[in-house]
Write a protein that binds this ligand. Structure first.
Ligand SMILES: C[S@@+](CC[C@H](N)C(=O)[O-])C[C@H]1O[C@@H](n2cnc3c(N)ncnc32)[C@H](O)[C@@H]1O
Length: 216
């Protein structure tokens, strides 16, 4: 065994101590569920990890691909410097509207801009504007991950951290993907990132697996 298998009890041990629940976030999750929006936000330990990453880096500008209803975005924005900015991209207006409501409730309205459009278009627009980000978090449709990663590189400077979620695909990453397009895309992206000489990276066993890359 190379690392501990995290069951529900151990997960709770971690998050109860290091990422305790707060009413704003439990309300956000309850409203997401009530509106029948899929509950596919990152885990509480992942959220705390991204928050701390932003802090460690002294990050000012972050980009998120896949807002959902704002759970991860609230953590990223809170981790940014005062005066910092999170640009977060979401395709579904229903999701973006709830996210906007909770960014406001969290006191983050001035720190967050939501782009309600397809993420590849948003990234291309940001590239054309020569925007650069300190931290980029990718957590949307899996088949676009290779394209999101390539555009993330274009939106990076030396030292930018790029994090992608679901890189273990519930442990299925080692299986034959067959005709599972999402799993194929995750495997392709892991291979792409692990061999990419523009970055140094690791696949981390937190939540459903984060790859973390630092741009050289
Ligand atoms: C896994 S959820 C994001 C979860 C969020 N990062 C969190 O942890 O709170 C993925 C989101 O990506 C959005 N999405 C899917 N395809 C997209 C696309 N092409 N462009 C922008 N957003 C997309 C979905 O609507 C969904 O809200």
């Amino acid at each position: 065994m190379k690392s501990v298998n995290i069951n529900e009890q151990i997960y709770n041990y971690i998050v109860d101590r290091f990422a305790p629940d707060e009413t704003l976030l439990t309300d956000l999750i309850a409203e997401t569920e009530k509106l029948e929006i899929p509950l596919i936000h990152i885990s509480r330990d992942q959220a705390k990890f991204i928050y701390l990453t932003a802090k460690m880096m002294n990050a000012s500008n972050a980009l998120e691909i896949g807002t959902l209803t704002g759970f991860s975005g609230i953590h990223i924005a809170r981790g940014l410097n005062d005066g910092g900015k999170l640009v977060t991209v979401e395709l579904e207006k229903k999701h973006a509207d709830i996210a906007a409501k909770y960014f406001e409730k969290a006191g983050l309205r001035d720190k967050v801009e939501i782009m309600n459009m397809p993420a590849l278009d948003a990234m291309k627009k940001l590239v054309s504007e020569n925007k650069k980000f300190d931290l980029i978090f990718i957590d949307a449709d899996k088949t676009s991950y290779p394209g999101y990663y390539e555009n993330a590189i274009k939106l990076s400077h030396k030292g930018t951290v790029i994090i992608l979620d679901n890189m273990l695909k519930s442990g299925r990453v080692i299986e034959d993907a067959g005709d599972d397009a999402d799993l194929k895309a995750i495997q392709f992206t892991n291979d792409l990132i692990s061999k990419d000489e523009r970055t140094e990276s690791i696949l981390m066993t937190i939540g459903d697996g984060f790859t973390l890359s630092v741009v050289k």
